[in-house]
Design a protein. Structure first.
Length: 284
């Protein structure tokens, strides 16, 4: 029963949290959305640092340094998806981002020689076909903003896929917590880069989108916590398929809230990709 509770919390947390993230991004911009949500997440997760402190102090420095470097993928992926939510249709962006699970399987096969059976291969091919159908319009006029959002979403899928693949090297030493928490060390560097590029990060933005920022923070990071705790307690067989299906909820809510008008080709692509994402959660 506990496994289903953890799985459903991650499902609804990620599914609804992504929508609040999209609302926030369209209110105050992608840069500020991710910066303030991640800053809040760093504060929210700080009490857990004491619980996992013994793992950090016993880890070799080279492992800690490598985890921090890899954390760039996690943080830059979050910035990319927030920017994409401003540029392109929310349903398309979240579908593309949700395909990172397929990349985890492929990267794990490539780097760690994990087996890739026929059923996984067919499902992954279906996911990529769906992503292709919902992003590529043959002979259509190219909307530069839309395509920029598509490329940002593709980068987020790539960065998340690579991050959660490489993190497997660190989890025996640092558990799931420290690779994520150490990634917050990139936030000051991002802030300095934003200032150099004249990208404004202001506390005034918090007052403009206080509720959606807080909702997105609690839902997304709450989903992270319960999903990882479920995996840590050996409940992956139930927690993983339920949690990984969250794009089905976020895409459905995107249609209802943002009233997006997509082509038939894009709708078919989204359905095909989401079906593959759900199926991969059960066979992977």
């Amino acid at each position: 029963m506990l496994a289903y509770i953890f799985g459903l919390i991650s499902y609804f947390g990620w599914g609804i949290g992504d929508i609040f993230g999209a609302i926030t991004a369209r209110k105050i911009g992608g840069y500020q959305t991710t910066f303030w949500i991640m800053t809040g997440a760093a504060l929210l997760f700080t009490p857990l640092a004491f619980l996992y402190w013994h793992m950090l102090i016993s880890a070799p420095l080279i492992v800690i340094a490598a985890a921090i470097l890899v954390g760039f993928l996690y943080q830059s992926g979050n910035f990319a998806v927030s920017l994409a939510l401003v540029e392109s249709d929310v349903s398309i962006v979240l579908t593309i981002m949700g395909s990172f699970g397929a990349l985890i399987v492929l990267f794990s096969t490539l780097f760690f020689h994990e087996p890739l059976n026929l059923s996984k291969f067919i499902i992954i091919a279906g996911i990529f076909l769906g992503v292709f159908l919902c992003t590529y319009k043959p002979g259509a006029h190219v909307d530069r903003n839309h395509m920029r959002g598509v490329w940002l979403a593709l980068y987020s899928a790539f960065s998340f896929g690579l991050f959660f693949t490489v993190v497997k090297l660190f989890t025996p030493t640092l558990s799931w917590f420290w690779p994520v928490y150490l990634s917050f060390f990139w936030l000051p560097l991002f802030y300095l880069w934003f200032r150099r590029m004249h990208i404004r990060i202001s506390t005034n933005a918090l007052s403009k989108a206080r509720i959606p920022i807080l909702a997105s923070l609690l839902l997304l990071r709450g989903g992270d916590f319960f999903f990882n705790v479920g995996l840590q307690h050996g409940l992956a067989a139930i927690v993983a398929p339920i949690g990984s299906a969250s794009p089905t909820l976020s895409v459905l809510l995107a249609f209802l809230i943002f009233h997006e008008k997509l082509t038939k080709r894009q709708l078919i692509g989204i359905i095909v990709a989401l079906t593959g994402i759900v199926a991969l959660g059960f066979v992977g």
